[in-house]
Design a protein around this ligand. Structure first.
Ligand code: SF4
Length: 419
């Protein structure tokens, strides 16, 4: 078995219109269908009320047991394999460096984000714990078992970081605290630091401070959409979802004040209809605030409201990936860069030889996220194949080799200038 899920979805080098980017007009989500009353809010699972028996591997052909946080959490397939809870091998990766945990409830996430496999509109189709998210399954595991496995030998743990992903649920603030306490009671957060992927919609400033006081190291906000209009279309009123751009920014700015420089950030998905300039303007704004951006390449998640739309063309993704790295880690500013009439990067604001060195270093093209123990600009959160199939990698979960870099250069249309 493999952690690589075969999902539908195109990964193209350029869009059919030849523009080479996913334009706003082309990226309209379909409207969510109405869920019958008897299938809402996890009724099927709660009525059957089957007791869980240890690790639950997602299987849409059986009735899902009744599992809820904080006793249960879901783990990425990569984390479950790294912990030995699932068999399988990952393409060109020995393990993942980040233990990604996801809160779980029969009611699932109450939001309806258009690009997300966990969204509420899927209630009729499959139970929450069986839904794919960033292209893979998420096994459910007792939190105590997760802590036991890691606490056995923290020094030898492959994990450089643990991350708790909140979802939109009335219990998620309290249960995030409980999961964090269960971890720090047995594992020194100095040895394996903890990140919080927050859900601002239900949070207050007090919640942010409490998580810092309990030992969380980094706080991130999944803005995901790069502009207010895209946010509203994909996460707000456009898809009957409760999120508001302004509330997300309120909690993001609170995180800057509470966690401090380099200890907060925002997720941005590239290719949902923003221009490259708009995405990079947001990246620059985050850097100016003292934070970082963590980027994802849009991939049409199976079962989501955007699963009929094209994945981000590789040339668009590579340009933004490279420019974001230069702004985040190389001191280049947005104003030094040039953009064409479609908002695409036409010049990165660096002499060719310096740009060449950054490309050759390869780190710019690795998965971005909270740092691990190798380098500040190398993410612990490597999310193997979370935003692309391994046949056309968007975010490299490992150091790209020379063959990979040749392909990346072709996608960027930047030839080698040095001998
Ligand atoms: S809030 Fe997060 S988990 Fe819930 S639907 Fe939106 S992106 Fe998915």
């Amino acid at each position: 078995m493999s952690c690589i899920k075969n999902t539908s979805g195109t990964t193209v080098e350029a869009t059919p219109d030849g523009l080479g980017f996913n334009a706003f007009t082309a990226m309209q989500p379909r409207p969510p269908a109405r869920t019958p009353q008897e299938l809402r809010n996890g009724r099927r699972v709660k009525d059957a009320d089957l007791p869980p028996a240890g690790v639950y591997l997602p299987n849409n052909n059986v009735l899902t047991p009744h599992m809820r946080s904080p006793e249960y959490v879901q783990l990425s397939t990569a984390a479950a394999m790294t912990l030995g809870l699932m068999p399988g091998k990952m393409h060109r990766c020995g393990c993942t460096r980040c233990l990604n945990l996801l809160l779980t409830y029969p009611e699932g996430c109450r939001a309806n984000c258009a690009y997300c496999g966990l969204a509420r509109h899927r209630e009729a189709e499959r139970d929450y714990a069986d839904r794919n998210f960033i292209r893979v399954d998420w096994p459910a595991v007792p939190m105590e078992q997760v802590v036991d496995l890691v606490a056995r030998d923290v020094a030898a743990s492959p994990f450089h970081r643990m991350c708790i992903s909140m979802i939109t649920h009335p219990r998620s603030d309290e249960d995030t605290v409980s999961v964090l306490k269960a971890w720090t009671a047995r594992i020194d957060p100095g040895a394996i630091p903890v990140s919080i992927l927050s859900n601002p919609t239900t949070m207050t400033g007090d919640d942010v401070r409490r998580l810092r006081d309990l030992g969380a190291d980094i706080f991130t906000v999944a803005l995901d959409a790069a502009t207010p209009a895209l946010f509203d279309r994909t996460r707000g009123k456009g898809v009957q979802s409760p999120h508001k751009w302004q509330k997300y920014w309120e909690i993001l700015l609170e995180a800057r004040n509470v966690f401090g420089p380099q200890k907060f950030g925002a997720h941005i998905i590239i290719g949902m209809g923003e221009t490259e300039y708009e995405a990079l303007e947001l990246v620059q704004r985050l850097v100016d605030l003292g934070g970082h951006s963590h980027m994802f390449c849009f991939f049409p998640e199976q079962g989501s409201l955007m699963d009929h739309l094209p994945a981000t063309p590789r040339d668009q993704w590579r340009r933004v990936q490279l420019a974001r790295y230069l702004i985040d880690y190389a001191g280049v500013r947005l104003e030094q860069m040039s953009f064409d009439e479609h908002g695409r990067v036409s010049d990165y604001g660096l002499p060719a030889s310096e740009l060449d060195a950054v490309i050759d270093d390869g780190v710019a093209f690795r998965t971005s996220g909270c740092p691990g123990k190798f380098r500040d600009d190398v993410s612990a959160c490597d999310r193997p194949y979370g935003d692309s199939p391994p046949s056309n990698i968007a975010s490299y979960p490992f150091q790209p080799n020379r063959t990979d870099l040749r392909r990346i250069r072709r996608q960027l249309a930047i030839p080698v200038v040095r001998a």
